[in-house]
Design a protein around this ligand. Structure first.
Ligand SMILES: [Zn+2]
Length: 296
């Protein structure tokens, strides 16, 4: 699942590629209507066409695109969603609704984007999603981008990258495990399984440690570790451990720098002990039993 660094990489790419473009064509294939689209398709079409994409923002793992008519396009990539930008037209937009057989079978939405100055070629934005857990909303007449009426986005915690130590200390004041707290998007937005495990290793704290039992020093270390691994992830354009690609279809490279995630049985880079895997809050959790002792 794309986490904060992967979504941030996509958002930064999109900003340079499609910001200021005008939506002039839209194909919604059948499975987009059944699974992905959370807005009435006619409203979606009418509310999108001929509008300019003002900017592209990220909040947690959500991608937010305000349009020139105050509507806002909101995307969540779910497990396997990808956004690809094509600079050579793939789709015939004349037959708007039927879609075209020759685009990838897992591409469910195609948006045609023209350069209003006419200087650059038309682009296409493809939403590809193998497992169909992604979501797409068009929210009408948004006055405040901090209050967009989309489930999940409304109750989202502060973004992990911008969170202060004071706020981090507050959300960690819980009897739940630090892994559970880090994954809770209502407490801290953007961290998923990869970066939670890497952050706990970086801070040398066992992921099952209860938030409330962290010492002041551990809180400081963990807060810093979360930001550090997220920033490193962005620097390496995300982690491609299964499906994630950037908008040109290329992979991120942070998976080559993972120290515990999916490293079960490998030697710890710090102490050579074998990395172990346990289940915590239903998720595979990777850690070094020697560097990250429980109750340490
Ligand atoms: Zn170790």
């Amino acid at each position: 699942m794309p986490e904060l660094p992967e979504v941030e990489t996509i958002v930064r790419d999109l900003r340079s590629q499609i910001m200021g473009r005008v939506i002039t064509g839209l194909v919604l294939r059948e499975r987009a209507l059944t699974y992905l689209l959370q807005t009435n398709s006619e409203k979606f079409y009418q509310g999108m066409m001929n509008q300019t994409i003002i900017t592209i923002l990220r909040k947690g793992k959500y991608i937010i695109m305000p349009l020139s008519n105050n509507n806002v396009l909101v995307l969540h990539l779910g497990m396997t969603g990808k956004l690809w930008v094509y600079d050579s037209p793939e789709v015939d937009f004349v037959d708007q609704w039927s879609g075209n057989d020759y685009v990838d079978k897992h591409t469910h939405v195609v948006i045609e984007l023209i350069d209003p100055s006419g200087e650059d070629d038309d682009l296409e934005l493809h939403f590809n999603d193998v497992r169909l857990f992604g979501n797409i909303w068009l929210v009408e007449d948004v006055q405040d981008l901090n209050h967009i009426d989309v489930p999940g986005l409304k109750g989202l915690g502060s973004d992990a990258l911008g969170m202060s130590l004071k706020e981090f200390t507050k959300i960690m004041n819980s009897r739940r495990s630090i892994k559970a707290i880090l994954l809770d998007q209502t407490k801290i937005a953007g961290v998923g399984n990869i970066y939670a495990d890497e952050a706990c290793f970086c801070a040398q704290i066992h992921p099952a440690t209860r938030g409330v039992s962290l010492t002041e020093e551990q809180l400081d270390k963990l807060w810093f570790a979360v930001k550090t691994v997220l920033k490193q992830g962005i620097k390496h354009r995300g982690s491609s451990t299964s499906d994630y690609t950037t908008t040109d279809g290329s992979e991120g490279s942070y998976q080559h720098y993972h120290r515990v995630y999916q490293k079960t049985g490998h030697k710890c880079v710090e102490c050579s002990a074998a990395i172990e895997r346990i289940k915590l809050v239903g998720r595979s959790t990777h850690f070094c039993p020697s560097c990250q002792r429980e109750g340490k």
